[in-house]
Design a protein around this ligand. Structure first.
Ligand code: SF4
Length: 384
């Protein structure tokens, strides 16, 4: 349901500037949707230590990291001239249901009188439709459906580019080349403002990443990344875990992506794949977890089983400090280790997490997976 709690009214004649918080590269998709309906996207500076410090200074100490970063993004957006800040909410079992009210109250207490809008994604496509209609002041179903379409297509295109980046980064000859090409690819996707242009941009973007020179004989490990969705997809808050792993010769796959979330929460049933991530989670998380306990815990537990079945070399679970659902899933992993061979690494992140200790843990995990893989291959050769 759309919930506008602004101090002003929706301007119909002036182009209003609307900002969403960051989560990885998602600004590319929502900017395209807003432009389509004639609203100016305001992209706040990408999350930085300054953003985190704004958020931390004005948040309850024990609240989870995404809350602090989102609040920081909003403060920077308002300071930069955004007229509206848009918050994505859900009536979830965890703290996400409280985020909206707390953030709005904090912004008001700090004297930021920008208009505040909430978009509840769990109202599905109807909620998104209402949101875009209200924010644009236009009752034009075709225009709004086009805006939803371009937003979703960009999300899926970027998911594919992320997959390609991960493949090339784990094998690149010159460190950093794949990411440099990926950034060029993202710019192409960002510029495309129609589905026709996006198709062309997508092909060119993939070709851009494929220019990366690779060593096809590099010994590469395959690792799935699961955890709380914000941390999995936001490179600032996960300290760019995929780049660090790529440098160590690890190809990563995010178990939770914005695209997979869309398939579960937004895309109408008739257009969904035969089994969505959530449906698979409900099937595979049993008998370890029998029902949704909020956040992404059900998906995380099932992702371990899935990764093991797919023969992955390991799985990494990332969660924010004090995240209630992920504390539960981490407490289930020891039982799962008895039934599943796959190595599991759990990482808990907060604003205090230091880079050096974190890299040491990743290196030790990669070393363990590599030894395990070599031992397995050795055994297979002996049998031949
Ligand atoms: S899932 Fe965890 S981190 Fe995300 S809002 Fe809920 S408690 Fe916070």
């Amino acid at each position: 349901m759309l919930n506008t709690r602004g101090e002003g009214s929706m301007a119909k004649n002036k182009k209003i500037k609307v900002a969403f918080p960051h989560m990885g590269t998602i600004s590319i998709a929502w900017s395209a949707g807003l432009r389509k309906i004639g609203v100016e996207p305001y992209v706040p500076p990408y999350t930085s230590k300054k953003t985190l410090s704004y958020g931390t200074k004005n948040s309850p100490e024990a609240i989870c990291l995404p809350y602090k970063l989102i609040l920081g993004n909003f403060i920077e957006a308002i300071q930069g001239g955004a007229d509206y800040v848009a918050m994505i909410t859900s009536p979830g079992i965890c703290r996400l249901g409280e985020y909206g009210t707390n953030i709005h109250t904090t912004l008001k207490d700090l004297g930021y009188n920008a208009n505040y809008i909430e978009l509840s994604l769990y109202d599905g496509i109807k909620g998104l439709y209402k949101f875009l209609k209200e924010i644009s002041g236009k009752n034009d179903p075709i225009l709004i459906l086009r805006a939803i379409n371009i937003t979703m297509r960009k999300i899926f295109a970027i998911d594919d580019l992320d997959t390609a980046l991960s493949y090339y980064r784990a094998r690149e000859v010159r460190f950093g080349e794949a990411e440099k090409n990926y950034k060029k690819a993202l710019r192409l996707i960002d510029k495309a403002d129609s589905t026709h242009d996006l198709k062309k941009a997508y092909d060119r973007a993939l070709k851009e990443i494929e220019k990366t020179e690779i060593d096809p004989n590099r010994e590469v490990l395959n690792v799935d990344i699961t955890g709380e969705i914000f941390l999995v997809n936001d490179e600032f808050s996960n300290q760019n875990i995929e780049r660090e792993l790529g440098r160590m010769g690890v190809q990563t796959r995010r178990s939770l992506t914005v695209g997979s979330f869309l398939k579960d929460a937004i895309i109408p049933k008739a257009f969904r794949p035969p089994e969505t991530h959530l449906q698979r989670a409900e099937r595979m998380a049993k008998p370890y977890l029998m029902r949704d306990i909020g956040g992404d815990a059900l998906e995380c537990v099932s992702d371990v089983v899935f990764a093991d079945e797919k023969g992955k070399d390991g799985i990494i679970h990332i969660s924010p400090f004090t995240c209630m659902p992920e504390i539960m899933s981490q407490n289930i992993f020891p039982t799962m280790r008895e039934d599943h061979e796959i190595p599991i690494l759990t990482l808990i992140m907060d604003e205090q997490t230091g880079k050096a200790g974190y890299i040491t843990r990743l290196e030790a995990f990669v070393d363990l997976m590599r030894r395990k893989k070599r031992a397995k291959l050795g055994k297979q050769k002996t049998r031949i």
